[in-house]
Design a protein around this ligand. Structure first.
Ligand SMILES: *[C@@H]1O[C@H](CO)[C@@H](O)[C@H](O)[C@H]1NC(C)=O
Ligand SMILES: *[C@@H]1O[C@H](CO)[C@@H](O)[C@H](O)[C@H]1NC(C)=O
Length: 448
């Protein structure tokens, strides 16, 4: 029992085990919390108080997959999922978010198969149960009777397992912060961290251990690989994690990220920084408002104009589209769920985000159509969806945009032809048909 070597070996085995747990639980256990941001009336921006409230958990939660699924009224999805409005049917559809999708399809699919039969969350629940059992003041009179020694042993094991999570994080952060670590070592630490912070608890642990500060400093690094990886870890840590989103914004992450977007960076860095910004803004109207008031749309429009290849353009347009439809979904949700106080607060927060007006003001009504010039079907699809979402504020400009009207006509013709050939092959409701319908919907709005 007391031999160091066997303990060390045990530690290694636990480490492996926990890694499996993280894989198993990454998808399911992201919290679905709602955010409520309270403002002191009359106070300046800096005096705002941010609190986080848990949603009541009586919604039916749909587990998104790689395919779009239609959402029924009253159904909820784990935060971080990609939800869109199908503008033809008026229904909401969900699938895994882009980053989740990449994460699952590229790297971790094989390991997912070998998931163990428990997760850290389950372990913690079990431990809580044992602690309750051992608590003589427990109100529950129907306690299961078990020998005390057995309970103690169980608890020691569970404590060890749960502690190990925190221990790993501490070891990683110490190694990252050590002046003796090489860049290569730091990069490998960041890879491990990126993996761990998909778990809600781990991302919060990262915060209270001072990890956010280290990541923000890392964004300032002179090595672009460190900048890229720090942005990646930051983005993953804030994804669907309201507490960490709040901490990150409080630590000035948004300003740092926007400054990076406003200055020339290698493309891989810019991509990850955009990912971090999008994750920070998602479902967080407080951050969205700061983004707007700190010139976020201006920064993005400069990036958009400078991006010839279209990779960044697509990501930017997708991010704007997500923000618009997120706001719409919130107001729609009120119809499904009945109103409660949290919902009203959320509506109030979103109403303070004047996204649509800003989009028009900053020239996006004429920028987004430029993405249609891309040769990628996927990019065009994203552009069409965004154009539809922005239609309420952009219609006048669409109508007088000769090149947009021309693009729509020629794209429609092109995709109709492709639909014809799809039908010959026997796929009637294919992807190209979907694009034709988007174009139709847009043309109807423009003509009206
Ligand atoms: C990093 O190291 C510095 C100086 O050694 C120390 O003050 C700081 O608390 C460390 N940060 C973390 C998160 O470990
Ligand atoms: C990053 O660098 C700038 C300028 O060198 C500095 O003002 C800022 O405080 C740094 N940020 C962090 C988090 O270290």
């Amino acid at each position: 029992m007391h031999q160091m070597s066997s303990r060390a070996a045990g530690g290694a085995a636990l480490l492996l085990l926990l890694h499996c747990c993280h894989i198993a639980s990454t998808r399911g256990h992201k919290s679905d919390s709602a955010l409520a941001v309270m403002e002191n009336t009359g106070g300046g921006d800096e005096e705002e108080e941010v609190t986080v409230e848990e949603d009541e958990g009586d919604l039916e939660v749909v587990q998104p997959t790689e395919e779009w699924q239609t959402l029924q009224p009253g159904q909820a999805v784990p935060a971080g999922s990609h939800v869109r409005l199908n503008l033809q049917t008026g229904q909401r559809e969900v699938r895994l978010g882009e980053e989740q999708l990449k994460y699952w399809t590229q790297e971790h699919r094989e390991t997912e198969e070998s998931r163990p039969s428990f997760s850290p969350t389950e372990l913690k629940r079990a431990m809580k149960k044992i602690k309750e059992d051992m608590n003589p003041a427990s109100k529950d009179q129907q306690q299961t009777f078990r020998p005390l020694e057995e309970l103690k042993k169980d608890m020691a094991q569970l404590d060890l397992l749960v502690e190990t999570d925190v221990q790993i994080m501490r070891r990683l952060l110490e190694s990252f912060n050590s002046s003796e670590s090489t860049t290569e070592q730091r990069l490998s630490v960041l890879m491990e961290l990126e993996y761990l912070v998909h778990q809600v608890d781990n991302a919060q642990t990262l915060c209270w251990m001072g990890g956010l500060q280290l990541l923000l400093e890392g964004l300032n690094s002179s090595d672009f690989r460190l900048q890229q990886s720090c942005a990646f870890v930051l983005g993953s840590a804030v994804s669907s994690n309201p507490l960490v989103q709040v901490k990150a914004v409080e630590s000035g992450a948004l300003q740092t990220l926007l400054t990076m977007l406003a200055t020339a960076q290698p493309l891989p860095v810019t991509k990850k920084v955009l990912f971090a910004v999008a994750s920070l803004l998602r479902n967080f109207p407080y951050a969205q408002r700061h983004f707007l008031t700190h010139g976020g749309l201006q920064v993005l429009s400069e990036l958009f104009r400078a991006d010839g290849g279209g990779v960044l353009r697509t990501r930017i347009v997708t991010m704007l589209y997500d923000m618009i439809s997120e706001k719409e979904l919130i107001s729609q949700a009120g119809l499904d769920l009945g109103l409660d106080a949290t919902h009203e607060e959320r509506l109030r927060q979103y109403s303070a985000v004047s996204l649509q007006g800003e989009l028009r003001e900053k020239g996006w009504c004429s920028l987004v159509p430029q993405l249609l010039e891309s040769t990628e079907h996927d990019y065009r699809e994203k552009a069409l969806r965004a154009l539809l979402a922005m239609a309420p504020v952009c219609l006048d400009q669409y109508r007088s945009d000769g090149s947009l009207l021309g693009s729509l006509l020629s794209l429609r013709e092109q995709y109709l032809e492709m639909v014809q050939s799809e039908m010959i092959v026997g796929e009637e409701n294919g992807y190209f048909g979907e694009i034709v319908e988007l174009i139709n919907a847009l043309q109807v709005k423009i003509k009206r």
